[in-house]
Design a protein around this ligand. Structure first.
Ligand code: CA
Ligand code: CA
Length: 572
């Protein structure tokens, strides 16, 4: 059945609804309309539920919004909702709605691999790289091929790659049953006896080890925005960093000082943000591989201790380094990273000093600062949610558990206080809003798991539903999830465009404030906007290769979502 009207739509979670979870669709009208009730019809067209539509505060292009709560239906099946002459797409209720979803994300992670890349079936970026911006080592070659391209450019960051690796290890630790084995360590479609999530995490770990080769060499970034000079494939990347087109790429160390080889400088003032991320990831990995690969685990254990010591010695942040453009990762917090590191070192060593230090760091930033804010700088508060509180909770006594659960509650309450609109969404729509959405839902899930308190359940579900289609545009923010859903076909990606491949599993950046979109440099749409009717509000989203602000797939956000999707799959 087609939509009866283009001026109203019923938005649903296209992936599906778990039988026992809250189930809400959102009626969004572009003009005022009174909707009193809605009905739900089963696959045979028989009405099985008739209920009042709940009016809600307008949001974005949706001048009139009604929440259509069909939670009473728990029987698995396919249904449609009808309200005021508008019919929803088919919605599914099923216990396995999230089965395989976390593994689907890994298709994109594999596609992003540097080093051996299974899509191109060759090694990409073989000459990484040469140290810059460090008087002692500038000009030295360090072998750092590997890891993942950060997004649709080919820059690589320890900041995002270590968080991606950490979250994948954490997802496997907590929800191993959610992951299958269909690919080998190189990412080729051949089972190898290892869950694919661990194949992917190990690919990240081995790059991180290369980027921290000794206790006195801590590297942070590979490549810089000179990468953006050419629109080319990873195999033919012709960026010229001064050593010839397609030759070596620069490797930036953490120096504790402002960095930038040209006009723009970052505000780096320490090493702890990066050192903490190395330490937490290596410590968790040391536990992961303790039995299966004791030699690797021992090496990671030592590196975790060394990185943590560096973080303690040099507090402060090690930010992304800009080159020709003013955009860079402006991470401004580091106590969250040191908290997570201390929590993991406690889990690894059982030495109580680490638990005390973790709690101390936690008390210095109990709430990730974007929560409750209208805006933030680019990646100012990163990671998007602080896994450290949950990691402390896993090994702490009842009193300390209560403290860290309360930290999470405060952050969730700040976001929920802004979520009085019809979509129940309270995040700021800065660049990479989907990462905030996924992290909010993850923190809400962790809090619920820690406390049994369901007070944020509605908002947690709304954030998850948003990512899979309950948003003004009715678009899933993950390409190919579900495979028959409405999702981006024109992402900002040279690989998708030139290779004619669907970037299955990729999480997009997501909608931004229209005020941000209008002021970005060099942005323009290549095709007529199929979502133009819904781009009239304070936020915009475009399925267009030209929109690098809302339609660019992003590696760290994709990995960050793996935990939540694994949790949703594993609980039912
Ligand atoms: Ca495998
Ligand atoms: Ca941080």
């Amino acid at each position: 059945m087609p939509q009866a009207s283009t001026t109203a739509a019923i938005r649903i979670n296209q992936l599906g609804y778990l039988p026992n979870a809250p189930k809400v669709a959102v009626f969004c009208a572009l003009a005022p309309i009174e909707v009193h009730e809605f009905l739900v019809a089963d696959g045979a067209g028989k009405t099985i539920l008739r209920r009042s539509a709940i009016p809600a505060k307008p949001f974005g292009p949706c001048v009139a919004i009604y929440r259509l709560d069909f939670s009473p239906i728990r029987t698995p099946g396919a249904y449609r909702i009808v309200a005021s002459g508008t019919t929803s797409p088919v919605l599914r209720i099923r216990a396995n709605a999230y089965a395989g979803a976390a593994d689907t994300l890994l298709y994109y992670m594999r596609e992003q691999r540097s080093g051996y890349n299974p899509l191109f079936k060759t090694i990409v970026h073989t000459r990484d790289g040469i140290v810059v911006d460090d008087s002692a080592r500038a000009g030295k070659f360090v072998p750092v091929t590997g890891g993942w391209a950060d997004a649709s450019d080919y820059l690589q960051y320890v900041m995002t790659s270590s968080n991606a690796t950490f979250v994948m290890l954490m997802a496997y630790r907590d929800h191993p049953a959610a992951f299958a084995d269909h690919f080998d360590s190189r990412g080729l479609p051949e089972p190898n006896g290892t869950p694919d999530i661990l194949d992917e995490a190990r690919h990240g770990l081995e790059w991180l080890v290369r980027m921290f080769p000794s206790d006195s060499e801590m590297y942070n970034q590979l490549g810089d925005d000179r990468d953006h000079t050419y629109w080319d494939l990873p195999t033919t990347d012709s960026a010229d960093y001064g050593w010839g087109k397609g030759k070596e790429r620069p490797v930036y160390p953490c120096t504790g000082k402002p960095q930038g080889l040209f006009k723009y400088k970052n505000r780096s003032n320490g090493l702890a943000s990066t050192a903490g991320k190395y330490a937490s990831t290596f410590a968790l990995a040391a536990s992961t591989y303790r039995r299966s690969d004791p030699g690797f685990a021992a090496r990671l254990h030592n590196k975790a201790l060394a990185a943590y010591a560096i973080g303690k010695k040099f507090p402060g942040v090690c930010q992304g380094a800009p080159a020709r453009a003013p955009y860079y990762y402006e991470e401004d917090n580091w106590v969250d990273d040191m908290e997570l590191a201390a929590a993991e070192l406690y889990a690894l060593t059982h030495e109580r000093i680490y638990l005390r230090e973790a709690l101390d760091y936690a008390s210095r930033e109990p709430v990730t600062p974007w929560m409750g804010a209208d805006t933030a700088k680019h990646y100012e508060w990163y990671p998007w949610h602080n896994n450290g509180h949950y990691e402390i909770w896993r090994n702490a006594n009842a009193a300390d558990r209560k403290i860290v659960a309360e930290y999470y509650r405060k952050g969730l309450a700040k976001v929920a206080a802004r979520a009085d609109n019809g979509f129940r969404i309270g995040i700021p729509f800065i660049w990479c809003s989907n990462n905030l959405m996924a992290s909010f839902a993850t923190q809400a899930y962790l809090y619920r798991r820690m406390t049994g308190d369901n007070q944020f359940r509605e908002y947690e579900q709304a954030a998850l539903d948003w990512l899979f289609g309950t948003n003004p545009w009715g678009v899933s923010m993950v390409i190919g999830l579900p495979h028959d859903g409405a999702f981006a076909h024109d992402p900002h990606s040279v690989v998708a465009k030139e290779m004619h491949v669907e970037l299955t599993g990729a999480l997009l950046d997501g909608p931004v404030y229209s005020s941000i979109y209008k002021h970005l440099l060099g942005i323009s749409l290549h095709d007529p906007d199929e979502y133009s009717l819904f781009n009239t509000g304070f936020i915009v989203y475009h399925d267009d290769v030209g929109d690098y602000s809302t339609n660019e797939p992003i590696m760290d956000g994709t990995a960050n979502l793996s935990y939540l999707l694994a949790a949703m799959a594993a609980r039912h």
